[in-house]
Ligand binder design. Structure first.
Ligand code: FES
Length: 58
């Protein structure tokens, strides 16, 4: 049986972490964003951190 509200984190090979929520992302300045799904950069090349912008593929 799957738990209600379970968060899934899928690590994409040579790419981002896909987060399936719901989750709240809290930025360093305290701003909060509620997301049902997002892609977090793991390669550090994104120009739009913490989000993946596809730069990992270059
Ligand atoms: S993982 Fe996609 S830009 Fe870093």
């Amino acid at each position: 049986m799957e738990a209600q509200g379970k968060v899934k984190i899928k690590l994409i090979e040579n790419g981002p972490a896909k987060i399936e929520g719901p989750v709240t992302v809290i930025h360093p300045d305290g701003m909060e964003e509620d997301k049902s799904m997002c892609y977090i950069c793991r390669c550090t090349r994104s120009q739009n951190k913490p989000w993946c912008d596809g730069s990992h593929a270059k």
